[in-house]
Design a binder for this molecule. Structure first.
Ligand code: PMP
Ligand code: GLN
Length: 384
């Protein structure tokens, strides 16, 4: 068996959700919202299942969805993408990432990764034959620096895998970070694979800036999005990939033998959803920011050290002030003894370099958050 997968533990999201189910814990681990997603979008999907086409859709995605993706990014991010040659639909961002890495990397190519990183990245890079080069980002700002990039990039760099807004830190890279990254990609002739699934989930007036829109990056960026995060429908697994035509041709070759297509009814509903008026997207952000604020205030009043969240469904706490230096053990205690599931952030590092940060998902109803806070009430006192 291939050791890359044989030696891998089950993903922490699955493991924590299972533990939460077994123990009846409030699950603030895996990132999924309580909100069932917009009813009109779900009705569109239902209608499309009953009355629409249920056979293979076109390999690149429904034309109406590809057009909707291009129109959506024109409106929200000022991008001019040709739906025919520059947009492809995938089964979630996960497939898009796997396909991009398989399509771009030749064995021995180096791939720059930023820690903390989404847990799928490293095994996918390795399985594609890539050699990881890590840049470790430092709290609390998690910014890029010229020195760190200079250490990671080399003549062998083929790609960088970049997530913005960043899960799990819940931070957004600044314009200067993006410009620096683009500069290195241009100088080292590297492709930026940009996981922008959290692009709409940004708070406090922030606007997402796509790397593909930066000077000189149009031909060397793979932009990846996901309907899951845009519509609070994480189980749908409808992703989009945007790239210049020459690169898209190769990305499509990988896609054709990974999943080939994505359920057409869900594609139709997402096409409808992407055209929703600005109010929907503003409301999504406002509601999530309110939950963030409620949970942040609750945790602080219990004595937790909350690291501010700028976007995503997540916020983090620093457990070092509690005298705790083992996030995995802390999370285990939290779920078993206190009935709240969270994610140890060490799972986002190749060798668990950071062990004092714990991630909570706040995309939940007030009652869920309040119930978690009640259960967390004794934690600070007991562990301090
Ligand atoms: N990338 C990041 C950074 C994520 O947070 C997630 C899911 N939370 C994904 C990729 C996977 O997205 P999808 O469910 O569309 O495959
Ligand atoms: N992306 C989600 C998170 O960060 C989980 C996705 C998954 O379970 N694979 O929690």
């Amino acid at each position: 068996m291939n050791p890359i997968f044989a030696d891998l533990p089950t993903t922490v999201f699955e493991a924590m959700s299972r533990l939460a189910r077994e123990t009846g814990a409030v699950n603030l681990g895996q990132g999924f919202p309580d909100d069932p997603g917009p009813e009109d979008v779900r009705r569109k999907a239902a209608e499309a299942v009953v009355h629409g086409w249920n056979q293979y859709p076109p390999m690149m995605g429904l034309p109406e969805l590809r057009a909707a993706v291009a129109a959506h990014y024109r409106h929200w991010q000022g991008l001019a993408l040709d739906p025919e040659t520059e947009v492809m639909v995938t089964s979630g961002a996960t497939e898009a990432l796997a396909g991009a890495l398989l399509a771009l990397i030749e064995p021995g190519d180096e791939v720059v990764l930023f820690e903390p990183m989404y847990d799928a990245y490293l095994p996918l890079v390795r399985r594609a034959g890539g050699v990881p080069r890590f840049v470790t980002l430092s709290p609390p700002a998690f910014r890029l620096t010229e020195e760190a990039l200079a250490r990671a990039f080399s003549a062998k760099t083929r790609a960088v895998l970049f997530n913005n807004p960043l899960n799990p830190t819940a931070t957004i890279f600044q314009a200067e970070d993006l410009a620096l990254l683009a500069d290195f990609c241009r100088r080292f002739d590297a492709v930026a694979v940009c996981d922008e699934v959290w692009e709409h989930v940004v708070f406090d007036g922030a606007r997402h800036q796509p790397v593909i829109g930066l000077p000189g990056m149009r031909e060397r960026t793979v932009k990846i999005g996901s309907a899951g995060k845009i519509f609070n429908l994480t189980g749908w697994k409808v992703g989009f990939v945007c790239a210049a035509p020459a690169m898209m041709k190769v990305l499509a070759k990988a896609h054709q033998f990974l999943t080939f297509t994505t359920p057409p009814n869900l594609q139709a509903a997402v096409a409808y959803g992407l055209a929703k008026d600005d109010g929907y997207f503003e409301c999504l952000r406002r509601d999530l920011a309110r939950s963030r604020d409620r949970f942040t205030a609750g945790l602080r009043s219990l004595g937790f050290d909350v690291i501010p969240s700028q976007g995503t469904y997540f916020l983090n706490i620093d457990i070092a002030p509690l005298g705790d230096t083992d996030d995995a053990a802390f999370c285990h205690r939290l779920v078993v003894d206190h009935g709240v599931a969270a994610i140890p952030v060490s799972a986002f590092y190749a060798n668990g370099a950071v062990r004092n940060v714990v991630r909570f998902c706040f995309a939940k109803r007030d009652a869920t958050l309040d119930s978690a806070l009640e259960r967390l009430a004794g934690v600070v006192k007991r562990t301090a």
